[in-house]
Design a protein around this ligand. Structure first.
Ligand SMILES: [Zn+2]
Length: 102
């Protein structure tokens, strides 16, 4: 979550170890920081690849609403033609009933 120090934060997975992730933070002045060694050990500070990816919008900000899950689309139905309805021949007896109100 955003804190007093950081305006926004992102979890960016490490390339070398997928189980690990670094935290990219943006402070209220718009300066970015990353918890990876490439950033923390490099002076002068320069954007590491994690920060660049965050700036490219590749990751969701912490606390941001998750993207809506993709709606499952029903697999297309195979085009099975329905059997053509054969017209029901009129019932002669029913016709007589109607005609003579038997
Ligand atoms: Zn980094």
């Amino acid at each position: 979550m955003a804190s007093d120090r950081w305006r926004r934060q992102w979890d960016v997975p490490s390339d070398s170890n997928p189980a690990k992730s670094y935290v990219v933070s943006e402070d209220w002045e718009g300066n970015y920081a990353c918890s990876c060694p490439a950033w923390t050990r490099h002076t002068p500070r320069r954007d590491c690849k994690h920060i660049r990816r965050v700036k490219e919008g590749q990751y969701l900000e912490r606390g941001a609403p998750p993207l809506a899950p993709p709606t499952p689309t029903a697999p297309p139905r195979p085009a099975v033609p329905f059997p053509a309805k054969t017209p029901v021949p009129p019932d002669p007896f029913q016709e007589l009933v109607d005609q003579y109100r038997l």
